[in-house]
Design a protein around this ligand. Structure first.
Ligand code: DAH
Length: 340
């Protein structure tokens, strides 16, 4: 019987070394130590042994049993590690594989130019103001010295929603809104970028476009201040060698009014196709704020003077990037937009 016990035990130990999974381990345990296991069956036969033999056999069985149990424990720990290693190997992620690249967009050229203009004026101490795109007749025209029957309205008449409400035709109404808000504080020194709308559509006009308005008000502001600020702006925007000139013009909200030209950035002033041989390129409208407008804004025109200007962003973008048709800016063709 002793031999039988040892044989079963040794065989179980050998099988234990060879098996390769926790399931097989469990099966082997049932096969040897389970209710119907081979060692269990031997134990049942102990009753038939002679009384003096029983303790000896009991010891043999117990020793074998504890050897087996210890071996089991060790093997099961080994198998745990093995199965973990196996999982780590099969579930491994190769982090060296190239990922899915997210293509990066960039700002629309019009936005780029607005931001550049903002940066330049912020650098000169201006603040940024805003106004609504749906505007009243009062702010868009009336308060800017453009009464109902004024012929200059013709140049701008646009998209009306009602008799009194329209899509703003320029950013100039922000002048009035800002003065109303800040009065009596001085100085007023703002730019107002924004979208504007007009009933125009050709290679150099779009029904929706962008302007940047400027307004400076204080005691003792002069035309030379206007020229200095705009010269500085032009050089930062189009290069240090730019010159500007002021040409007399007319706007109802400024007196005197001036059209501002910049020396041509393509030929430097010699005359070329871009400047139509004149050496100058018109970029914006400006002037000394009309006393009536200052009054409409709440300030006293006998104490306060100021200048204002308004520029078209698309026009500046076209000059800067050499774009010949404004409509290209709004076609949303990526082949075009990706160039900027
Ligand atoms: N609002 C004018 C326009 O859209 C541009 C302009 C001209 C604005 C002179 C001004 C200015 O502030 O002083 O045509």
């Amino acid at each position: 019987m002793k031999n039988e016990i040892l044989r079963i035990g040794e065989e179980a130990l050998r099988e234990l070394k060879e098996l390769d999974g926790l399931e097989a381990l469990q099966e082997l345990k049932v096969k040897v130590l389970g209710k119907k296991g081979s060692l269990t069956a031997l134990l049942r036969q102990m009753g038939s042994l002679a009384p003096e033999e029983r303790p000896i056999m009991g010891q043999v069985v117990n020793e074998m049993r504890s050897r087996l149990e210890q071996a089991w424990e060790e093997r099961s720990a080994e198998l745990d590690v093995l199965s973990l290693q196996k999982r780590l190997a099969t579930e491994r992620i190769d982090i060296t594989l190239p990922g899915v690249r997210v293509t990066r967009g960039h700002h629309h050229p019009v936005t780029q130019v607005v931001e550049e203009i903002e940066d330049i004026f912020l650098g000169m101490g201006f603040q940024i103001a805003e106004g609504p795109e749906i505007e009243t007749d009062y702010y868009n025209f009336e308060a800017l010295n453009l009464p109902k029957e004024h012929p200059a309205r013709e140049m701008q008449d646009s998209f009306y929603i009602t008799e009194e409400i329209l899509l703003r035709t320029h950013t100039s109404p922000v002048q009035i809104r800002t003065m109303e808000k800040l009065c009596p504080a001085l100085p007023v020194k703002i730019i107002a970028p924004g979208t504007v709308y007009r009933n125009d559509d050709d290679a150099t006009h779009s029904p929706m476009f962008h302007q940047v308005e400027g307004l400076v008000l204080d005691r003792g502001i002069r035309l030379s201040d206007l020229k200095g600020i705009l010269l500085n702006f032009s050089r930062q925007m189009f290069g240090e060698s730019r010159e500007i000139r002021l040409r007399p013009s007319f706007f109802p909200f400024t007196e005197p009014s001036a059209e501002v030209d910049i020396s041509c950035m393509l030929c430097g002033g010699a005359g070329c196709r871009l400047c139509k041989g004149t050496g100058w390129i018109e970029v914006l409208g400006s002037g000394m704020v009309h006393p009536k407008v200052i009054k409409m804004g709440g300030y006293n025109p006998s104490e306060v003077t100021g200048f204002a200007f308004g520029m078209g962003v698309e026009r500046i973008a076209m000059l800067k990037f050499g774009i010949e048709d404004m409509r290209l800016l709004f076609d949303n063709d990526l082949r075009f937009l990706q160039q900027f």
